[in-house]
Design a protein around this ligand. Sequence first.
Ligand code: GDP
Length: 356
Amino acid sequence: ALTIGIVGLPNVGKSTLFNALTKNAVLAANYPFATIEPNVGVVNLPDSRLDVLAEIFGSERILPAAVSFVDIAGIVRGASEGEGLGNKFLANIREADAIAQVIRAFSDEDVVHVDGAVNPAGDMETINTELILADLETLEKAQSRFEKEVKGKKLDPIVLTTAKAAREYLDTGKPLSSSGLDLEPIKDLGLLTSKPFIYVFNVDEAVLQDQAKLDELAALVAPAKAIFLDAKLESELIDLDPEDAAELLASTGQTESGLNQLARIGFDTLGLQTYLTAGPKESRAWTIPKGAKAPQAAGVIHTDFERGFIKAEVISFDDLVAAGSVAEARAKGKARMEGKDYVMADGDVVEFRFNV
Ligand code: GDP
């Protein structure tokens, strides 16, 4: 499954947020290095279309898509050189498909800031520098290996030239994601700054309604996506029943919880979309990469479905809702038979035909 790694300086609210993400109790302690074990948490992708399908089909249950998050210990200045928690933790994010950087913007004198003051721009700089240094180290190590292998004709020279170009770019102090380089030949290195980034600002509740302040923070990370939440509020929301949670959320001027935003934007950042299946047992969202074709989508349900794929009966969600039932959608000519080259659209309601 695709995962998003959570990084940030110590004491910025990563554990608090992660607790809320998983509803699991991970120690949220007020001292650096409280979080030492990476954990995986899964958060559902909210999708109101599933409720509608469950209604139409009389489904017993609803199964939304989900996004996985890996909680990783705080990075401190010098992490890339083994100070603080060090490289072991950077290794954990190497496996992640995207990175969510949590940045402290809340003011609380009781919570120690590792660098002494709340400074979102400075904190981002610290983290990004550590990630760049970690990538440079990875590339430096890889390069001598690549050189030997290319000499011995065991490696495509494009790998070496790409690694060199990446190093040169990182030397300018910028993340690889903005380099425009084709990094495919060295993707196995898991270079951290080549991954998509989401910035999560942990702000005071009042700031959630202060558009000028939010715009100012968003400008720090543009064109990357920024999410604003109050981790403490999120952890309170998670313990309430849905009605009370909605009321509390509304009282802070929000229509969607931070966790929902994180799931939605994380999903998008990972380049994913969903298609839907529905029946009396369940209405369900299945995760596929954007641009996936029908057989690949079928393979998410079962590998046999992909191997034995014949065709897919596809009704777009809106057409199905307008028709009110599959039979009516068919009668109106809204059910399409699609073959193996069909590129799936978000919200397709699908039934696969296959040979076993
Ligand atoms: P981590 O080291 O990044 O995992 O940070 P924690 O989640 O352990 O949070 C450090 C401290 O800050 C804890 O005492 C939290 O209760 C507190 N904290 C986290 N988020 C917020 C927030 O949004 N507002 C306030 N006031 N305190 C927070």
